[in-house]
Design a protein around this ligand. Sequence first.
Ligand SMILES: *Cc1c(COP(=O)(O)O)cnc(C)c1O
Length: 384
Amino acid sequence: MEDKLMLMIPGPTPVPEQVLSAMAKHPFGHRSGEFSSIMAEVNQNLKWLHQTENEVLTLTASGTGAMEAAIINFLSPGDRVLVGSNGKFGARWVELSEAFGLEVETIAADWGKPLDTEQFQQQLVADTEKKIKAVIVTHSETSTGVLNDLETINRYVKDHGEALIIVDAVTSLGAINLPIDTWGLDVVASGSQKGYMIPPGLGFVVVSPKAWQAYQTAKIPRFYLDLGAYKKASAKNSNPFTPPVNLVVALQVALRMMQAEGLDGIFSRHQRLSKATREAVKALGLPLLAPDHAASTAVTAVAPVSVESDQIRAVIKKRFDIALAGGQDHLKGKIFRIGHLGFVSERDILSTISSLEAVLQELGEDSFTPGAGVTAASRVFAQS
Ligand SMILES: *Cc1c(COP(=O)(O)O)cnc(C)c1O
């Protein structure tokens, strides 16, 4: 049957019908009054979503473009940076920083484990000459389902006093509480196809006053991603280059939906979805990659032992038209990932878990009690 695809991957995520139909119209001029009034509303609501008074700059780029902008606008070749790396996206920060000639000190942890905050503290305390210009961290590590303890790492950065904190919030923005101003985060990057409930194509960067100071002296060359130009345009509810106007219209509608649900509602929904998924997976006897105390509420990574993860993904796609994500790099074929961020409801989790049970049975996995996963998930939903 066509058009029944259920997207349970950590991006692109499902898009509400209201948003899809808002996009389905002719593009219009991005220098028009119509566009700037939409942009005015969108800019205001983006600040609300980001819990910040700083500008939220909208780029035509995927999340990685926003990450690149977060580096090149605030640093100079040869600058020393501390980069947390415990998954595919932490590794991307390392590659990106090295590509622009930064002197990278990596703080690594095994994929599936959270970053050790004490290692950041040691390095920062030891840096009495204030050579470290930035600490760069992935908040929700999508490749493993690990949530890094950004709040604690950020506290050590604040004790250091000089370094900027630069954050990949691509799968935490709009899913997990991230009080940018309360914590004093300097640069926060995210992308539209994750928690924003719209298709891929927009990147977002939030910049603190301290980061704008660093911008003045930063020497990495920049042009299309020069955030100064975006800041200037943003003050006039405009954009330096042609933005994907239909995506901005989509964003306007999605942000209204988010406001109707409220930040607390959004965060607690993600917590319920994550808890139900994890309890269900445990009840099915499948190992979880990330520990409970460091679980991202955006995505759950499962490491099956006696059945192959890629076979589970192939069968659940073929039989039930549910898309699950696989593992990346050395976790390829070893894990599958259930995305539950953005426009995802409790019903979607129950459908996914019951389909997963059916697939496991079809593949001859008989070590669990049929219905145990659905029961465990339902119990979580009944409690909250
Ligand atoms: C999706 C994602 C990105 C950005 O990926 P793009 O494909 O460039 O949008 C970056 N970091 C994390 C943690 C992600 O989940």
